[in-house]
Design a protein around this ligand. Sequence first.
Ligand code: SF4
Length: 468
Amino acid sequence: MHDKFKDECGVFGIFGHPEAANLTYLGLYALQHRGQESAGIVTADGEKMRVSRAMGLVADAFDERALDGLPGHLAIGHTRYSTAGESRLQNAQPFLIDCAHGEIAVAHNGNLVNARELRDELVRAGSIFQTSSDTEVVLHLYARSKAHSVEEALVESVAQIRGAYSLAFVTKNRLIAARDPHGFRPLALGKLGDAWIVCSETCALDLIGATYVRDVEPGEVLVITDGGVRSIKPFPPSPLSHCVFEHVYFARPDSYVFGRSVNDVRTELGRVLAREAPADADVVVPIPDSGVCAAIGFAEQTRLPLQMGLIRNHYVGRTFIQPQQSIRHFGVRVKLNPVRSILEGKRVVLVDDSIVRGTTSRKIVKMVKAAGAREVHLRISCPPTISPCFYGVDTPNRSELIGATHTTEEIRKYVEADSLSYLSLDGLREAVGSEQRSYCTSCYTGVYPVAFPRDEHTYLQLALKVVN
Ligand code: SF4
């Protein structure tokens, strides 16, 4: 099951709660799906700032002792999957530094397209970097700023970065949130009693019993202090480019992102897919968990029964001992097992949210057929992924994306399905309700809303168009 896009990062911040670290821990728990490599929390109590970071899952990264060592009424936290920089503890966020403007920590979701350029300039000017992460650039720009106040210095540094960023900063007495003018990644604002919260997804608010207030707007900087919440809009407006993949795959279905319920959008993707590419079949089977919402929509639209013909083992760890080659489809079977009584003799519509390299889909189709399915019709609730992401999602090279190098018919033959259909780009836009063209769809079109470094153009190959 390694044939999926990797999530990006989860960001959480809280101001004005005596149990800031505990609530941040819970918030990160809810955001675990956005990054599983490392987790970290920085707290502040008005005088001192403290940090705890570790590799691994949130539950493994913190124990009671670690949380007891993080007093304070302010905190930010981060779950990381590396989209820029290697996977090692030094790169685990939040980063905490001390500089002329005082101590500050940052947690980042997204990817900065001009980080390398800025980093080279900063290194030439004498900066010494501690990590290989793009996020560290922001702190160096901040430390070098000649501005007189923390806010001015922060706005000045954020104004120099380009790309995707939903950022949470904490100082000894402030929580500051910033979202890029394109609004690539989500960032929500919530309230728990008198405490303010910012987080990547609203599911983190639900877990701690907080209420959703609104989204941090694209291009907005929110400064939260004892005096309340102040909104600054220091950047010129840009065309919106919400990552459509948050709705297709990344965000949890129980979250609201970009003002819409992920569950509702994902189910609608399935309905539209069913209208575009119905199948003469007996049963709709989701590939769990990723295909469940779309399969519900598909079944609803076609009036075919929905059945859980594949069961996922939720307790599979990250590593397991690979047995001998003689166990067929082992890599997939350890996570998914077919239910023979549902599949035997049936014409099955298998629904999933994406095909990356095609290897896993091929194994699943074979497994379903081996369990007795008469026909397998594969339906994918987004268009073929033809291009990599530069805005914070880990995608393979173009050459590894089967949608970029093969036709749908060639992919169908490869995965050995009886039929294969993807949702169209228009269908995707219809389902997310993008009448104002406010979504980034670059991984399906190869048309990029924010230019990225020149050497990556070669990586992308010349056929693709960049608009700015
Ligand atoms: S390229 Fe794809 S994954 Fe990246 S931001 Fe755009 S829609 Fe999201």
